[in-house]
Ligand binder design. Structure first.
Ligand code: SDX
Length: 430
């Protein structure tokens, strides 16, 4: 008798049964493999929002939501935050192992020499009004990259996949900075190869012709840390979107552009922008009680943005790190932001309130990040763009993993049909 674990499912409704294998991973709950369920029983499963559904096997990131654990390729996020940098973390997500000195230097060289965007892309920006949301420009610009780079679109070629990954990680900061500069009417800035990844981005964002930019090491370190914390997060909505689009054979730029649009939603990556807007609306610690009351009111669509998570039913480990960093960065930059007091009061009030405690609603990665972006001079509408720059490494790592997995199929969920029953077109209608 094999030691394979089986779930015996007996369907009393039609006296059919199914022997469903349990699949175990390295960590985390076993999963019931239901691939034969429809054939055996004639039934689908139903799980809108996929709260109980694993969509794939992956070796990239592991989350234990109850314990508040996040691992990138087995390394705890706290250790990577303390010891790594964003490019090294990106290499880890892509390749499964930390790079040695030579591997890191070669990866950094590749990224540095792919940072420029095609000059024609500048004309693309001119098609937008200056008040266009930068996420709209970013999504459109990344999707358009497949119109410029025809030489790395063979999704079945590992070398093409690697080149597309390097191009995307390298060009996201350049395109993101261009989105910002276009919105404020500044001339676009070319990437400087003598700067490291984050410093190069800050230079492209804030250097103006009228005076040299003094790069602040505190700002660069803070941003690098935020990029590490946002780099990947298992099968979240935008990563699942990248995988679903990638499963059709779509090119990497189209797949990542789909992830950018999914990230934009306020329930997902758009939450960091929504948090800042909400803290501004609340305005003072004196108004926190009213905000908490509204968040609990089922008749009010108001929710505390930056609170709650589908997986974390404990503190989001990234939120803990960002919270500590927030105090440190604002102090080191000499920024006294009254919204930090509002955020701290809001967190304190919510964590004491039964409504939030019973539902295990804790601050998530988006709750404090915006306060740091604001202190770095990044405008609110650019916050989700920052998230997208970082998450590009995770997205493309998942896109590659899916293409490297033998037997990957197009994603095509089924449904419960609740529409009209079969009926005939009325005679004499026309
Ligand atoms: C990210 O998936 C990921 O990993 C995402 C992410 C990543 O790195 O990729 O971690 C990044 O997207 C973080 C989440 C950012 N979003 C927000 O901060 C928006 C506010 N949060 C909520 O919209 C909500 O908590 C979600 C979307 C994050 C999670 O939604 P779920 O899992 O579907 O939870 P739910 O809506 O079923 O809520 C369960 C209960 C409900 O109350 P009851 O019906 O049980 O009475 O909790 C309540 C909800 O009303 N609730 C909230 C709340 N979040 C959930 N009530 C008030 N304020 C909130 N923020």
């Amino acid at each position: 008798m094999s030691d394979a674990k089986i779930v015996n499912l007996v369907d009393e409704s039609n006296k059919r049964s199914s022997q469903l294998p349990l699949v175990s991973g390295t960590l985390g709950p076993d999963c019931i493999d239901i691939a034969t369920l429809y054939k055996d029983t004639g039934h689908f499963t139903y799980d809108p929002g996929y709260g109980s559904t694993a969509s794939t096997k992956s070796a990239i990131t592991y989350i234990d939501g109850d314990a508040g654990i996040l691992l990138y390729r087995g390394y705890p996020i706290e250790q990577l935050a303390e010891k790594s940098n964003f490019l090294e973390t990106s290499y880890l997500l892509l390749n499964g192992e930390l790079p040695n000195k030579q591997q890191f230097s070669s990866f950094e060289h590749d990224i540095t020499h792919h940072t420029m965007m095609h000059e024609s892309l500048k004309d693309f920006f001119k098609g937008f009004h200056h008040d266009a949301h930068p996420m709209a420009i970013l999504a459109a610009s990344v999707a358009s990259l497949s119109a410029f780079y025809h030489d790395d679109l063979n999704v079945d070629d590992p070398a093409d996949r690697k080149l597309a990954a390097v191009r995307l990680i390298a060009k996201m900061p350049t395109i993101a900075a261009a989105c910002f500069r276009y919105s404020v009417g500044w001339p676009l800035r070319y990437p400087r190869n003598n700067l490291e990844y984050v410093e190069r981005f800050l230079h492209m964002m804030f250097e103006v012709p009228s005076e040299p930019l003094e790069l602040n090491p505190v700002a660069a370190k803070a941003l690098d840390l935020l990029f590490i914390l946002h780099a990947d997060h298992e099968q979240n909505a935008s990563t699942s979107t990248v995988r679903l689009v990638g499963s059709t054979g779509a090119n990497p730029y189209a797949s990542i552009a789909a992830g950018i649009t999914a990230l934009w939603g306020p329930a997902h990556g758009g939450a960091n922008e929504a948090v800042l807007k909400q803290l501004n609306e609340i305005g003072s610690p004196d108004n926190v009680e009213t905000a908490v009351k509204r968040a609990k009111d089922k008749n009010d669509s108001f929710r505390l943005m930056g609170f709650g998570h589908r997986v974390y039913k404990n503190f989001d480990p990234r939120a803990k790190i960002i919270r500590e960093m927030c105090h440190k960065v604002l102090n080191e930059l000499g920024v006294n932001d009254p919204l930090l007091d509002v955020a701290l009061k809001l967190e304190e009030a919510a964590l004491k309130d039964d409504y939030f405690v019973e539902r295990k609603l804790y601050p998530n990665v988006d709750f404090y990040s915006g306060l740091i972006y604001k202190a770095l001079g990044i405008p609110t509408e650019m916050f989700t763009v920052m998230f997208a720059i970082a998450r590009t490494s995770g997205w493309i790592a998942h896109w590659i993993e899916q293409h490297e997995t033998p037997g990957s199929r197009i994603g095509r969920p089924r449904q419960i049909y609740i529409g009209a029953d079969t009926r005939d077109y009325p005679s004499g209608k026309r």
